[in-house]
Design a protein around this ligand. Sequence first.
Ligand code: OSB
Ligand code: MG
Length: 369
Amino acid sequence: VEIGAVELHRIGMPLVRPFETSFGRQTERDVLLVRVLTADGGEGWGECVAMADPVYSSEYVQGAAEVIERYLAPALLRARTVRASDVASVLDFVIGHRMAKAALETAVLDAETRAAGISFGEYFGAVRPEVDCGVSVGIAPSIDALLDEVSGYVEAGYRRIKLKIKPGWDIEPVAEVRALLGPGALLQVDANTAYTAEHIDHLRQLDDYRLLLIEQPFIEEDIATHVALARAIDTRVCLDESITSVGVAVDAIARDATSVINIKAGRVGGYLEAVRIHDACLDRDVPVWCGGMLETGVGRAANVALAGLPGFTLPGDTSASDRYFAEDLTESFVLVEGRLAVPTGPGSGVTVRTELLAEWRTRPVELLT
Ligand code: OSB
Ligand code: MG
């Protein structure tokens, strides 16, 4: 597409309930959206998954907006005519900032596929019309509150429960939720780097609860400690934060640090890299699942399309709109028998409700030309 301008939109959306992880507690989603306007009147949207603060990764919303404004959008505008598959190389001169780059690439991809009349699902190679959904459950104020919350999700039809854990909130909540769900239910945990090598013996207790996997127990740079845990425990180790590219994924698999991978397009620089990670995992018989970053419908639409690829054999953190927000920025994603439908319309297949964008705006629109 020929890019005429790039717009940055910032909105605040209250979460239906606070979301607490080992790295902090969120009550609102501070969202950065990128809109690409094409020379012939087309448009495309991309959601930046960076959080308000640099506590999940080094990226954060204001920093992402700044790097896009100062470096990435000018480079893209200079390149002028690009395909989505060219965007990564145009932006490659900037080190890191993958979430910012992903938002731009996704906006270009949306514009390109809308113009071509094909959906993200078709573009990525999705093979399923709908995807199995799980739900990520935050650290709760008490075990009773946790069991209440989990019961609500089970009733809603979610096919897999993921519990956020940290030292002091791990074995007991897992035992209680396993007892509530029964032995056959899919249950997994996510530590968001809260543990160290000294906890390996402690974490081995998780083997008593037949978990699908334990996600990212140690800091992102530390592949070796994940290898040590994988040797010590029967539960599968799954990396999230550590996996920043297909190269890192292939290396972590070869070293037996991870036997399952959480794929988040934002974390790896975009959906094209996400598809490459999927392909490498499929080649190596490593199951993958689609992670989430509390996205609005804009990001969710793309995630659900990605989760339609054949290697996504485990339910993703692709929950319904109402798990996060009272009202979504696009058409709502509604859970039907524990699944979400892959959108079939051109591009992401969803439409931004511009009246809500105006209502929820927290900063003026930035127009970059
Ligand atoms: O580690 O998977 C994570 C949300 C924000 C940042 C990191 C993570 C998460 C989640 C929620 O677990 C996933 C979702 O439902 O979007
Ligand atoms: Mg995670």
